[in-house]
Design a protein around this ligand. Sequence first.
Ligand code: FES
Length: 573
Amino acid sequence: MKNKGFSKGLANYGDAGFSRFLRSAFIKGGGYSSDALSRPVIGIVNTGSAYNPCHGNMTQLIEAAKRGIFMAGGLPMEFPTISVAESFSQPTSMYLRNLMSMDTEEMILAQPMDAVILIGGCDKTVPAQIMGAASANVPAIELVTGAMLTGSHQGERVGACTDCRRYWGKYRAGEINDEQIDAVNDRLVASVGTCAVMGTASTMACITEALGISVPGSASPPAVTSDRMRIAELTGTCAVRMAKENLTPDKILTGKSFENALRVLLAIGGSTNGIVHLTAMAGRMGIDIDLARLDDMGRDTPVLLDLKPSGQHYMEDFHRAGGMATLLRELKPLLHLDAMTVTGRTLGEEIENAAPSFPQDVVRTINNPIYPQGGIAVLRGNLAPGGAIIKQSAADARLMEHEGRAVVFEGLEDMAERIDSEDLDVTADDILVLKNIGPTAAAMPEAGYIPIPKKLGKLGVKDILRMSDGRMSGTAFGSIVLHITPEAAIGGPLAYVQSGDRIRLSLAERSLMLLVSDEELAERRLQKPMTRPTAPRGYKKLFLDTITQADQGVDFDFLRAEHFTDKVPKQRD
Ligand code: FES
C-alpha cells in the first residue's frame, strides 16, 4: 500500500527504503505483527489530563473507539496533544486554543495515519482540533467527551455552570452565607464530562454534529453513559471507512455545512463563543463568516432548545428528548440537506435515518419557540465599527432599547478594585463598560460577565447593561454586549469612552452608539495614542504579533487560509 498506513510520511534520511525499514523495525519493537501493519492506520488524539476533568472519561472513550476500529479492520494508534481545560488555564484557555490547533495539525501531518479521531470536549479543545484537522486535511472525525450529569442541592437540581454563576450572584448579594456556598460547591459538578448546560462545550458539540464532522447522535449523550461509549465505538468504525474512502475535511467543511452550523448555533441559543470558533474554523477553509448576514439569519431562526442559560433544561434532558435528531428535524426547512457528513451520507439522509420523533418538552416546534429570533444578535455603530454581539435570548428585554451613562473600568484590575466599593457612582440605569479584555490586551478572557456591583446587588438589582471587548462563558446570562471590535488595546473607539459619556443600545436597530461627537473622539485619540502590545519572546510574542480580532475568529493571521473563496451565510433572495 503506497502512501497508506505506515508507508505514509517517512522520516527523511535521504533513503526512502531505509526509512521504511527502520520504521518497520521500530513498530515491530512495539509488538505489532506484519499483519497489523497492512491495515488502515487510525490516529486517536488523546487529550486526557489530570488538569481536565471535562475529559475524565478519556480512557473509556479510547477503548471503545479502538474496539470500533478493530471491528472495521483498522489499526488504532493513540497519541497525545495539548489538553486545555477552562478553569485550569491561565491567563485564559483562549490563549492556548491556537497552540492546541497547531499541535493537532502538525502531529496529524507528522505521523503516519489514514484518518484521525479527535477526542475533545472542554470549550476550546473541539474548535482547536477541528481547526487543526481542517488545515491538515487528513480524514478526521470529532468525538466529544459528552456532558456531565446534573447534581442536586437541597432538592434543587443544579449543574455547572449556569447554576455556579447564579449561586455566586446570591452569595455576592448576601443572600447566602459561606457555609451555604460551600455546600452547593460540592453539588455543582456531579460527574466527569463537560458543562451540563448550553455553554460553549455543549454548543461546540451540537455545532460539530451540524457540521457533519461527528457521527449522527454524538452531541448529546452524557459522558458516563453507555450511549456515549457506543458513539465512541461507532466513531471508530466510521473512521476506518473514512480512511478507505479518503473522506477529507474539505469535502465536509463546506460553505453549506458552516451555514447549517450557524443556523444550529442560533436555534440552540448557543454560546456567543460559538461565533468566534466557527469564524476561526471556517477561516481555515477559506470561508468568511459575514456578521451582517448572520444577523439576518438570526431574524428568521427561532430559539427552539429549552436549555439553560436561555431556558430551563440540561444537556441530559436534551439527550432524552432525542438529541440533535429532534432539533434538526424541526429545523429541516432551514438547512442544507445535501451537506456531506462523516458517514458518507448527507445530513438530510441522516435526519431521515434517525429514530422517529416522540412527545417531549425540550425541543420546541418552530411555531412555539422559546425565543422568536436567533439567540445572538449582531450590533454595529461608532462604538463597534467591526461589530459586537449580544446574546439576546439570555438578556433582559427591558434593557434592549436603552440609553444610559457609562461607568468605565479601564481593565480587570481596575474593575476588581472598584466594582464593590460603596463609593462607586453607579445606578441600575447606568451602563458598565469594561476595556482591555480583548485578544491582544488579555487573550480575550470570559470576563465580559461583569458582576453586578455589590451596592446594586443588595438593592435587588439582577441585571444591568454591560459591555466590553471580551468574551462571556456560554453558561452565563444577562444583558451583556461582547466582542466589541476593534478592541480598546489597539485603539478601537472603546478605548476612548469615559465615565459619564452616554451610550445608546438599540436591539431593534442593531446599533451601539457612543453619543460623543466625532471631533471630541478625535481629540481624545490625539491625547492618548495606542500602540499594539507585543512581548520579547516565546509563544506570547507569536500570539501578540499575529492574533486577529474577534471578526476573524481570534486565529493567528498566518494560520488562516491563503485564499478566501466563499462567504456565508449567503444573501437570501
Ligand atoms: Fe470544561 Fe465547562 S469547564 S466544559
